[in-house]
Ligand binder design. Sequence first.
Ligand SMILES: Nc1ncnc2c1ncn2[C@@H]1O[C@H](COP(=O)(O)OP(=O)(O)OP(=O)(O)O)[C@@H](O)[C@H]1O
Ligand SMILES: [Mg+2]
Length: 298
Amino acid sequence: MSVRASADGGTVGLAEPGSGERAKIRAIATERVFGRGAKAVHALGPLDLTVSEGEFVCVVGPSGCGKSTFLRIVAGLTRPTAGKAEVLANSPNPAAMIFQDYGIYPWKTVEANVRFGLDIRGVPRKEARERARTWLDRMGLGDFANAYPRQLSGGMRQRVSIARALAVEPEILLMDEPFAALDAQLRTILQDELLAICQAERRTVLFVTHSLEEAIVLGDRVVVMSARPGRILAERIPPFPRPRSAEVRESAEFAAFRGELWALLRGEVEADGPGQGTANRPTAEPEAAVATAARKGA
Ligand SMILES: Nc1ncnc2c1ncn2[C@@H]1O[C@H](COP(=O)(O)OP(=O)(O)OP(=O)(O)O)[C@@H](O)[C@H]1O
Ligand SMILES: [Mg+2]
């Protein structure tokens, strides 16, 4: 097991598989503070979470509660300041991340962006090109392989970022609001496609979203985070068989479950900002309120 220790005690590392239950991600009392002294921001935790192999866990929480920070810690891009986060992996590069701001390179073409993760993993050139093309086609971007990101819409850039992560066929997918910039129709198509891939190939997914509906449709488990510093407030298992079709989504049971999650989240979203905007109106639609909160913090 290789664990990198951070200056102030937090650790993040790769653990050998088999050193416990079939966990893939294990966060133990993970905390992150940015800055020091009077200006320090306690962004996250302490947070405990275990994600099992093949599990699809959705995370919802108010803007600024530390969701992206947590994903970055799990990805090994940011160190925790206390506690630890482990990825229990079978391969040297087990996780691929889809960033909230797409994280694609403006100077690379669409195809080169998608190939990037394959290139750094040493996939032979021809195979990398074919895999990149396949995923671009699946994302409806086949005609834009040679375009640059500035020539694309926001939703298209987001699809490039999704294609890049999926092309490496990672054991673990860390997805930070990956469908936020897509229209409702494409969003549903990609949700279905993602679920099909994850179920067929037993991918482990940690998926951040501001949409309660999306969390319920996709998640084996939905984790609700508190306002900053984000801790786990509650966990719920959506009691709906898959596929969670339009009929399921429109059912009274689905609405009731969404209402239950919103009741948990509402106080936290309200705590996020004092009495301004839709987020704080008691009558606000849950999706709109969480989204508004997310935009406020963007
Ligand atoms: N690199 C950084 N330096 C200083 N503060 C940071 C840094 N990254 C995040 N923060 C702070 O940590 C807190 C959590 O940020 P984070 O991006 O994790 O929130 P989030 O839950 O993903 O929010 P959103 O829903 O708006 O995306 C915020 O207060 C943010 O300002
Ligand atoms: Mg975020």
